[in-house]
Design a protein around this ligand. Structure first.
Ligand SMILES: CC(C)(COP(=O)(O)OP(=O)(O)OC[C@H]1O[C@@H](n2cnc3c(N)ncnc32)[C@H](O)[C@@H]1OP(=O)(O)O)[C@@H](O)C(=O)NCCC(=O)NCCS
Length: 183
């Protein structure tokens, strides 16, 4: 398969992109990804979520990166950076909803999306990224450890995996230029 391109979602987003983002989210949740939803994911719930995220990306309070299959332009992966809006936290952002279609996994795509996320964070002079992931089968703790994220801890029974089973979360962070003033 040809390599994917990774770029911010265009603004305004074409309706076909929204539909592909809904498909990506639904396929991942139905495949067991613990990303805030239960399976089966109703289409209206997935659409409402995607619409909100795309609006925030357009407003600049969030970055939505999409990975597209070269040639077809099909969205096969995504990753988000939610920028902190409060004045005392503008040096940090939360990594959210890193998703790769099952057929495109294990070829380094999520690693490339995370590299682009970190590049975007540095370009904005951010100094701290954090995220949480399930420690159950729906999470990706090994993945973030491999990328050099530090485990801060976790909370038992934090959320349900898509099949309804409670699992602890694992909270990870990566920081650079630590200490001192953030501006
Ligand atoms: C986690 C996920 C984004 C990884 O995508 P990917 O493109 O396969 O990742 P990469 O190829 O860059 O790296 C995969 C490596 O990460 C590690 N890894 C840890 N947990 C993993 C998981 N649940 N799935 C895939 N890889 C995982 C493995 O070491 C794996 O190496 P391998 O391919 O040799 O097995 C993808 O599996 C996915 O979309 N999962 C569902 C959603 C999710 O769990 N998101 C993260 C929570 S925010």
């Amino acid at each position: 398969m040809p390599p994917e391109t990774i770029e911010p979602l265009p603004v305004p987003a074409p309706p076909a992109d929204l539909a592909m983002l809904v498909e990506l989210l639904t396929e991942c949740v139905h495949g067991g990804a613990s990303v805030g939803f239960l399976a089966p994911l109703p289409r209206a719930e997935a659409e409402a979520y995607v619409t909100k995220v795309v609006d925030e990306h357009a407003q600049g309070t969030r970055l939505l990166l999409v990975a597209r299959e070269s040639g077809t332009g099909r969205i096969v992966g995504s990753g988000q950076l939610a920028f902190e809006q409060r004045a005392n936290g503008r040096h940090r952002a939360e990594v959210q909803k890193l998703l790769v279609r099952p057929a495109h996994r294990h070829r380094g795509l999520a690693t490339r999306i995370m590299a682009r996320i970190e590049e975007a964070a540095r370009a904005r002079s951010l100094r701290l990224l954090f995220l949480d992931t399930s420690t159950g089968p729906g999470g990706a703790t090994e993945f973030y450890t491999r990328l050099g994220y530090t485990l801060a801890g976790g909370i038992p029974d934090y959320a349900m995996d898509p099949d309804g089973r409670l699992a602890a979360n694992a909270i990870f962070y990566k920081r650079w230029g630590a200490g001192g003033r953030a501006n």
